[in-house]
Every structure is written in C-alpha cells, then in structure tokens.
Write a protein that binds this ligand. Structure first.
Ligand SMILES: [Zn+2]
Length: 416
C-alpha cells in the first residue's frame, strides 16, 4: 500500500494527489493505450469465456479454462482449490504485505441443460452470462494482462481471484470457502469485487438475506373417503396470508418475498405435502433475526390452526422450516482506504458514482471486518439472468482505467 494510505488514516487530499500522480505516469498512459488498442481482443475473450458453461455447482470447466488463460499471461503458479476458485498473485516488492484481492465470480445462473450460444451483432455481444459475470471476468483478465504487459512494479502483491458460487443457490460458497481458510483470511486485507456492467455504482453496503424452505406434510388421502384429514395446502395458504399481514420496517429497509410454492398430487387427492420458498432481506442483521422468529411463529400458528379445524384430529400435520441460504448484512467503514481511493479515482476520470446496497461476494469479507467493495466492469448490459442477456462494450475502457488506478493506488507503485 502506498505510504499515504498505509496508516488507514487517509486524507482525501493526499489520496487525490497520489491518484493524480499515478494517472500522469508514462507507464499508466501506456496501459490506457493498451486498453484502447485491444478492445477487439478483449471482446473476443469475453465471448470465448461466456461460451464455456459454468452452471451453479458445476463451474469446473470454466475454472480450468480461466486458470489456463492466466497461465498464458505468465502467472506462475496459478492455484485452484477444491471448489474451483482460481488464484494468481501479481508480485509486490514486499511479498509479506497484506494482499489486495481483486475478484470476479465464475458461475452463472444457467443450469447444465441450457445451450449457451454466444454471438456478436454489430458491436453488441449476446449470450447467457455475457454481462453477469462475463464483464467482470473479462475486466479481471484485462487488468491482469496490462499489469504484466507494462511491467508495473508494485509495492504490495495483488491477488487475482476468479471464484465460484456467487449466484443464488451458490450462496457465496466460493468466497465463504476462501475466507474460511486461515491462509487467505489472514493475508487478504482488502477486496475489490468486479461484477456486471456499468461504472457508476459502488456497492459498499452488504445487503443481508436469508432464505427458507417451509414444508408442511400430512398423511394425505382420497378427497372423498379420507375427507377430514388436515390439508397441507390449506395450512400453507393460511401461513402465506398471515405472512402478508406482517408489518415490515421501512428503516432499515426489510423485505419478505414468497418466491415459489409447490404441493399436491392431483385434484382428487388430499396432498401429502406443500412447500414454499421465502426470501427475507434487510440492511440490518438484527431485523433478519427478528423476521425469522416471526416467520417461524406465523407458519407454526397456521399449521396448528389447520390441525385444530381438521375433523380427523388423529391425523397430524408436521412442519419443517429450513434455512437454505444465509448472507450476512454488513457495511464498509466510512474511513476505509478503498473508499477514499475509489472516490479519488472517480474524481480523476470524471465518473459520478453513488453508493449502493446489494448482495454480492463482498458480503463475506465485510462481515469479517475486511474492507471490500463491489464495482461494475464498464460498458452496458441488460437481460441479466435471461437467455437474452446482452453486453455493449462501448466505453468499457473507462472502467478498466478506473479498476487499474484503484489497484495501483491501493498496492502502491515503485516508479522513479
Ligand atoms: Zn454477478
């Protein structure tokens, strides 16, 4: 880390001065020129990457592919862990200094049976996952390429990390695994997450979420001959109606969504089971805890009520509420060097950015007290999580410059 930023006591003026100095370096100008000259190769990389499938829990092919691409850049060794997270370290003059990690997630939301077709029409790229997170993985590779191509001499090492398990059911398992290992947790002091398109947001507040599967089961039976047995669908419907009545705080913003329901066998069968998936989010973990208690109480009351009303009182309903996803809520400290540097870099290149709250890989380090922020990888994108996802690289080089300057300012550059 550069001396001005080392103490953690960052002065915005000193940070701005350091960023301005960095932006004026000959080598940095060369790097900017490299981005402009290689926009076609960068887009080609993104298309090749996107065509390697990476369904949740099956990221191995893309993980192997990405490791190979980093090897081709001359990173040695490029490590890969049991889950498929890929690690490459760009060296620094002080090898024992805390690491800045720059990451992008490898996984997509698309299951293995989805045919991935990638194409280019005029300048626009199309394909499932092309932007989320083809854009982030491409920016990671581009910046790693330019550091090597220009031969930057950094003061502290930078870890390039392509990780698995960010999306939905993956539940941040890639980052959880990395930060569960002492070897990495003790060395990584800051994390910059690259996710999706755009340049104008900084995710510095981790949105907490918890997901539940609620299942009501019963003996089931024939609609005529077993009539009177308690009906799991009725219990679930009663629970849903009651959940809809819960008062949720506006501040901190807290939400509850019933995303899916399922159950039943046929129209003339008393169902044996009915289930729903519920997503609870809040800016504050304490509200998530409170809402979990409310949820458990509400569904238990609905099941009990349905049981009470059943004519066949010996036939019993059972209830299970299982946590199927859990992301902690947390916030970047306001005096974090990564925030001061992002602000100064945005000032330098004329980006008007705003702070957002979202659920990203940054949740994990933030919840452990490690500074982290997530930013976009430039260009524009749309149709995320659909088969019609697209990405337009126009203006991408602004984001690449931004990412490069942030890395250089945080890692420090040895330059005469
Ligand atoms: Zn993403």
């Amino acid at each position: 880390m550069s001396p001005e930023l080392e103490s953690g006591q960052v002065s915005p003026i000193a940070t701005q001065r350091e960023v301005t100095r960095l932006a004026s370096l000959r080598r940095v100008h060369d790097a900017f020129a490299w981005f402009r000259a290689h926009d076609r190769e960068i887009a080609d990389f993104q298309m090749r990457l996107t065509s390697v499938p990476a369904p949740p829990f099956h990221e191995q092919d893309r993980s192997d592919w990405y490791r190979e691409e980093l090897r081709k850049l001359g990173f040695l060794p490029v490590e890969q862990d049991d889950l498929g997270n890929v690690f490459a370290v760009y060296p620094g003059a002080n090898p024992d200094a805390p690491l800045l990690a720059v990451s992008a997630h490898l996984d997509t939301v698309f299951p293995p049976d989805v045919q991935i077709q990638v194409k280019r029409e005029y300048n626009r790229l199309f394909g499932p996952g092309i932007s989320d997170n083809g854009a982030g993985l491409t920016a990671l590779w581009s910046v790693a390429s330019v550091l090597r191509y220009c031969g930057f001499q950094l003061k502290t090492p930078v870890l390039f990390l392509a990780n698995v398990g960010e999306e939905g059911e993956g539940d941040l398992r890639g980052f959880r695994y990395v930060f569960a290992q002492e070897h990495w947790r003790s060395r990584i002091s800051q994390v910059l997450v690259l996710d999706g398109a755009g340049v104008d947001t900084i995710v510095a507040q981790a949105l907490g979420s918890r997901r539940f599967e609620v299942r009501v089961s019963g003996p089931g039976g024939h609609s005529w001959s077993d009539f009177g047995a308690p009906n799991p669908i009725v219990a679930l419907a009663r629970a849903i109606a009651a959940l809809g009545e819960l008062e949720l705080p506006l501040d901190p913003k807290t939400t509850l969504n019933i995303g899916t329901i399922e159950g039943g066998t046929s129209v003339n069968t008393i169902p044996e089971s009915a289930a729903m998936r519920v997503d609870v989010r809040s800016a504050a973990t304490s509200e998530i805890d409170r809402l979990e208690d409310d949820l458990r109480e509400t569904v238990a009351a609905a099941v009990a009520e349905t049981q009470r009303e059943a004519r066949e009182s010996k036939k019993k309903l059972t209830l299970s509420v299982e946590v199927v996803g859990n992301r902690p809520a947390a916030e970047l400290r306001s005096d974090a060097p990564i925030m001061a540097v992002l602000r100064a870099v945005d000032e330098q290149i004329g980006i008007r950015s705003h702070i957002h709250r979202a659920s990203t890989d940054a949740n994990i380090p933030l919840s452990l007290g490690i500074d982290a922020a997530a930013i976009g990888a430039g260009g524009t994108g749309g149709g995320a999580h659909t088969l019609h996802e697209w990405y337009d690289p126009a203006g991408r080089d602004r984001a690449l410059k931004r990412i490069l300057l942030v890395i250089l300012a945080l890692a420090g550059v040895n330059e005469p």
